[in-house]
Write a protein that binds this ligand. Structure first.
Ligand code: MLT
Length: 264
């Protein structure tokens, strides 16, 4: 792990391998460790960069709203810091996908391809916003543990929950490395995020959507709708995987990424 020092915070990141750069952007409330199987396996094929977003994992927190644009800017700053000026493949999971849309809007010239994992282009519904507000209040009152315990049974597939307690524990421990500031900042930022659906037909880079068949948080229909709207887009549904398909169906996930980048 290394740190990039920025004016307002220190960003931790992992870097491995060489070749085409792939920037892996984690979801909420996670950190770069969720990409460990990809860092290990895909560094044979590509130059992997996996940051901890501000306030997550080993990156220092800041107070305030973590808008998707702000987090996308942090990712671009990391690329500048690392002197990566060639086009990158951006792989974002869930909130990382929301950030990928913000990045694609702000820096289209920096993109070689997009991998959208377990994410959606639609904004929060009214009910979704109310749930976020409740989570903000709960986290302020009781800290992040109740948020994590409520999320765990929904973030993983029934197969994982039943057969892989070690993975459940790993995901819990990764989530516990998130600061309260980041949980509050992410929730507010996700709640305020704009509708990315009108932008989908302007995505010109090759795009791969990877989605777990048993995702309980984001239904498959969201992935299908994105595929229908993005011009050069392939959708792969992963068996026995929930909202974290890179951890629950690691081999098919990695294989799909390998194939995708080979053809870019
Ligand atoms: C995530 O995994 O990043 C979150 O579940 C996304 C969300 O809450 O919308």
């Amino acid at each position: 792990m290394k740190f990039a020092e920025f004016a307002t915070f220190k960003m931790a990141y992992e870097e491995a391998g060489s070749g085409k750069p792939i920037l892996f952007v984690h979801g909420y409330p996670l950190n770069r460790r969720m990409w460990q199987p990809q860092i290990e396996a895909l560094s044979q094929d590509a130059h992997i960069i996996a940051p901890d977003l501000r306030g997550h994992g080993d990156s220092t927190p800041t107070a305030g709203v973590y808008t998707m644009q702000l987090l996308a800017e942090d990712c671009a700053k990391l690329l500048d810091y690392l002197n990566i000026h060639e086009k990158v493949v951006l792989c974002g999971l869930s909130m990382g996908g929301y950030i990928s849309f913000a990045f694609a809007r702000q820096y289209p010239e920096r993109l070689a391809g997009l991998i959208l994992t377990a994410t959606r282009a639609a904004p929060d519904t009214q009910e979704g916003k109310l749930n976020r507000q409740r989570s903000i209040e709960l986290a302020k009152e009781q800290g992040i543990d109740p948020i994590i315990e409520a999320m765990l049974p929904r973030v993983l597939s029934p197969t994982t929950l039943e057969n892989n307690p070690a993975l459940v524990q790993t995901v819990r421990e990764i989530m516990q490395q998130t600061s309260l500031e980041a949980v509050l900042g992410d929730l507010q930022g996700m709640m305020e995020r704009i509708d990315s659906r009108p932008f989908l037909n302007q995505i010109t880079v090759p795009t791969l959507i990877l989605h777990g068949k048993d995702d309980q948080l984001i239904p498959i229909e969201e992935a299908e709708a994105m595929q229908a709207a993005i011009p050069h887009c392939q959708l792969i549904l992963l068996e026995r995987a929930g909202h974290l398909p890179n951890l629950e169906a690691t081999e098919p996930f990695n294989q799909a990424v390998r194939e995708f980048i080979k053809n870019l």
